[in-house]
Design a protein around this ligand. Structure first.
Ligand SMILES: *Cc1c(COP(=O)(O)O)cnc(C)c1O
Length: 395
């Protein structure tokens, strides 16, 4: 008899732990053991949180803002978020439509719980963010994965969406700019997908957490901006983690029609109460001190854009690797299928022999690719590319 207890519930049995966090943890452990690891696996900016945001949170602590906050968030932050959507995203938004949560990840989960019942199907385009299918399962619903490879720029087409819809389809998850591919839908592409979703009465969860990390002059657009009908069926998820280098703060946002936002807040009231109070007061400074925020963001974008081009060029100069130049987030998603290895084996051997950590595409539902995060120092990127080239030369 083994002493290991049986899994406690069907939820535990059915959920897989995050493979991206696992690869990152493995790379960090190797580093801690003294190995010279080049980490391409991190899902977070390598910058620090802008000083004015940290200062505002510190001040909030000094001021004793250490008690529970209202469940959907502190009023001035909800107002500021509503104003942002109204002013810059062409979406008239009231504070009552905004919920502040403990992380964009939790905003996603709340959205899925608010919209889906058991038996419902959720359309999840792949390559997908690793948590979507697991969250759908935790809500008792069924993920319906539709794979879009580099042949369509990692983007779902309206035809692919039509073909995936069944009478049980309830929700489609869109994520532009995308983690892991960095792909960004054009206005026309997004409008066409939104039209199909509306025709079939689907809800849209639009994960816009990388909304500000865009290159080559591309503009952000949300399905909610296309029509009143689309706005009524779209839940926008975003947060502070990626734009303001605040991953550890655990602060997410959600913007939805008022009735949905109210339901989401009711779920949150039973699950976490509120997002950390003084963290919210810190995040508020991102809006009240706009010039400083903009300057910090621009500095990050210049570095990300330089690295994006550096890594894209480096990857394509390796025989056998083919990589699209993505326009958003801080990821590239090269095709490594020509080497004839499963992508998991490719990554395991790469980490073992060259100490380069990257996440296999199949973790994101798309076999034959790697996710390369370029949110790391140029020096590490250059060294990692050299090692990757040497590794590919041995295959
Ligand atoms: C990082 C990320 C999130 C949420 O991050 P939080 O740290 O929970 O705010 C949501 N969606 C995608 C696609 C992400 O990459």
């Amino acid at each position: 008899m083994s002493n290991v207890p049986a899994p406690l519930s069907t939820w535990v049995l059915n959920v897989s732990p995050s493979p991206t966090l696992a690869v990152d943890a493995k790379a960090k452990a190797l580093k801690a053991a003294g190995e010279d690891v080049c980490g391409f696996a991190a899902g977070e900016p390598d910058f620090d949180t802008p000083a004015h945001i940290k200062e505002a949170a510190t001040q909030a602590l000094r001021d004793g803002k250490t008690k529970y906050a209202p469940t959907p968030g502190i009023p001035p932050l909800r107002e500021a978020i509503a104003a942002k959507y109204s002013e810059t995203y062409n979406q008239p938004t009231k504070a009552a439509q905004v919920v502040v949560s403990p992380g964009g990840k939790f905003s996603c989960y709340l959205t899925i719980l608010a919209v889906c019942s058991s038996g419902d199907e959720v359309i999840v385009p792949a390559p997908y963010w690793v948590s979507y299918p697991e969250m759908v399962k935790l809500a008792g619903a069924t993920p319906k994965v539709v794979v879009a490879t580099d042949a369509t720029g990692f983007k779902l087409t309206p035809e692919m969406l039509e073909a995936a819809i069944t009478p049980r389809s309830k929700l489609i998850i869109l994520n532009s700019p995308s983690n892991p591919s960095g792909a960004v839908y054009t206005v026309e592409e997004l409008r066409a997908l939104t039209a199909v979703a509306m025709k079939h009465n689907l809800y849209i969860m639009s994960d816009e957490i990388y909304e500000h990390l865009l290159y080559d002059g591309v503009q952000h657009v949300s399905p909610a901006s296309f029509s009143d009908e689309a706005r009524e069926r779209t839940i926008i998820v975003s947060g502070f983690a990626k734009t303001f280098a605040m991953t550890g703060w655990r602060l997410g946002t959600l913007v939805a029609p008022a009735a949905i936002a109210k339901s989401v807040a009711e779920l949150q009231s039973q699950m976490t109460s509120n997002a950390t109070t003084f963290a919210q007061w810190g995040a508020l400074a991102a809006y009240t001190e706009k010039d400083k925020t903009q300057a910090a963001l621009e500095e990050m974008l210049v570095a990300f854009d330089r690295r994006r081009k550096l890594v894209h060029e480096g990857l394509n100069s390796i025989d056998g690797i083919d990589c699209l130049l993505s326009k958003g987030a801080f990821y590239l998603f090269p095709n490594v299928s020509s080497f004839g290895l499963k992508d998991l084996e490719f990554c395991e051997r790469l980490l073992e022999s060259e100490k380069v950590a990257a996440v296999h595409g199949s973790a994101f539902g798309t076999e034959g690719f790697l996710r390369i995060s370029y949110a790391t120092a140029d020096e590490t990127l250059n060294k990692g590319l050299e090692r990757l080239a040497r590794f590919c030369g041995t295959l």
